[in-house]
Ligand binder design. Structure first.
Ligand code: CUA
Length: 367
C-alpha cells in the first residue's frame, strides 16, 4: 500500500484492511465448509438415500442476524469516513484547482500559481475547490487517500491534512484523452517555516482576491453590485454575503457558496435574489475557469468569513461596523490603484476593496 501521509489515511486503511480480512475469513470459511461437507456427506454406496432434513430456525436466524450486524457496521463505519472526507473543515486553507488536458493548475490564496506541483505546509488542513476547463478528470493522491472527480461546469471539493513532509504523487484517475497518463504531478509537503519561505520566494502579482477584484472591475461587475453611485441597487451588494443564506425571488433560500457565485455569474437568471430584476447578462464565455475561481475568492474575501471580529458576536457595539468588514487578512487594505497597473480598471472608480458598505443595505435590498 502507498505510504500513509494524511490524517485520513489511517482510517481509510483500517476499513480497507477490515474488508479484506472479512472477505478472506468468509471465503475461506465457505471453501472449508464445502470441502468438509463434500467429504463428510459423500455418497458411500450406489443405492444410499440421504436422510431428510427438516431445517433449523436457530441456524437460519444466526446466519441472517450476524451478517446483518456486520454489514450495517461496515455501512456506518464507511459512512463516517465518507463524511469526514467529503466535508471540508471550515478552518481549512483554500487552494483552487483547475484541471485541463493535460495538466493540473493550482492557485493559492496569496497569489502563487503552480502547474503540476502543489506546495502545502505539513499539519495544516487544505481545502481544494476544483473544476476543469474541458473534460472530467480525477484528482488522486494515493498517499493521502484522496480521490475526487473534477467535473466541467461545477465545483467539486476535497480536503486533506498532510502529516509528514515529502513529495507525493498526484495522478489523474479518470481517462481524459491521449495524454491522460501524462497528467501527473506532485504534492510537496513542507515544514511550515519552509512553506513560508517558499511563499515569500515566488513572484506574485497580487493575492487571489486582489486579482479577483480586478476581474470584478474589468467586467464592470462593480457598476451594479455596490452600495453607492448611479446604477447602485440594480444588483445586490455582495459585501458580507458569502456563506450566508440568500432569499430568492422564487421564495426559496440558498446559501451563497462557491457554487451559487459560479452559477450567478454564468447563468444569472437561475436564482434571482428577492427584490431584484433579472437584468444581469451572462458571463459565459467571458470568464475563464481560473477567473471564476478568482472572483469566488474575491467575493469570499469581502464576505463575513475571515473578517476578524465581524458579525454579531465579535463587535462591542450593537450595530455591525463597516470597518470590521474590511478587516480581512486575505486582502489587506489595498487600494484600487495599487494592483491596477497598466490598463487599470475601466471606469477608473477609486473604490477600496470593500467600497462604501452600509451593512443595513446588505440585508434589505430595495423593494
Ligand atoms: Cu485528466 Cu485523465
Amino acid at each position: 500500500m502507498p505510504e500513509r501521509a494524511s490524517t485520513l489515511a489511517g482510517d481509510v486503511d483500517s476499513l480497507y484492511l477490515f474488508l479484506v480480512g472479512l472477505t478472506l475469513v468468509i471465503s475461506l470459511g465457505i471453501a472449508g465448509a464445502i470441502t468438509y461437507f463434500a467429504i463428510k456427506y459423500r455418497r458411500r454406496s450406489p443405492d444410499e438415500l440421504p436422510r431428510p432434513i427438516a431445517g433449523s430456525m436457530k441456524l437460519e436466524a444466526v446466519w441472517s442476524i450476524i451478517p446483518f450486524i456486520v454489514s450495517v457496521g461496515i455501512f456506518v463505519w464507511g459512512a463516517a469516513i465518507y463524511f469526514d472526507m467529503y466535508r471540508p473543515p471550515s478552518d481549512a486553507m483554500d487552494v483552487y484547482v483547475v484541471g485541463k488536458q493535460w495538466m493540473w493548475k493550482f492557485q493559492h490564496v496569496s497569489g502563487q500559481r503552480e502547474i503540476n506541483q502543489l506546495h502545502v505546509p505539513v499539519g495544516r488542513k487544505v481545502k481544494l475547490t476544483m473544476t476543469t476547463e474541458d473534460v472530467i478528470h480525477s484528482f488522486f493522491v494515493p498517499s493521502f487517500r484522496v480521490k475526487m472527480d473534477v467535473v466541467p461546469g461545477r465545483f467539486t471539493y476535497a480536503w486533506f491534512e498532510a502529516t509528514r513532509p515529502g513529495t507525493y504523487h498526484l495522478f489523474c484517475a479518470e481517462y481524459c484523452g491521449t495524454s491522460h497518463s501524462g497528467m501527473i504531478g506532485s504534492i510537496v509537503v513542507m515544514e511550515p517555516t519552509d512553506y513560508q519561505a517558499w511563499l515569500a520566494g515566488g513572484r506574485v502579482e497580487g493575492s487571489l482576491s486582489a486579482t479577483g477584484q480586478k476581474v470584478f472591475q474589468d467586467l464592470a461587475c462593480n457598476t451594479c453590485h455596490h452600495g453607492g453611485g448611479e446604477l447602485a441597487g440594480r444588483g445586490p451588494v455582495l459585501e458580507g454575503q458569502f456563506g450566508k443564506p440568500v432569499q430568492l425571488e422564487s421564495g426559496q433560500t440558498v446559501i451563497a457558496d462557491e457554487d451559487y457565485v459560479r452559477e450567478s455569474i454564468l447563468n444569472p437568471r437561475a436564482k434571482i435574489v428577492a427584490g431584484y430584476q433579472p437584468i444581469m447578462p451572462t458571463f459565459q464565455g467571458l470568464v475563464t475557469e481560473e477567473q471564476l475561481l478568482q472572483l469566488v475568492e474575491y467575493i469570499k474575501s469581502i464576505g463575513p468569513q475571515g473578517a476578524a471580529g465581524a458579525g454579531p458576536a465579535g463587535g462591542t457595539t450593537g450595530a455591525p461596523n463597516p470597518d470590521s468588514q474590511r478587516a480581512n487578512p486575505l486582502a489587506p487594505t489595498q487600494p484600487n490603484n495599487v494592483q491596477g497597473g497598466p490598463g487599470g480598471a475601466p471606469g477608473g472608480e477609486r473604490r477600496g476593496p470593500q467600497g462604501p458598505v452600509r451593512p443595513e443595505e446588505n440585508r434589505r435590498p430595495p423593494q
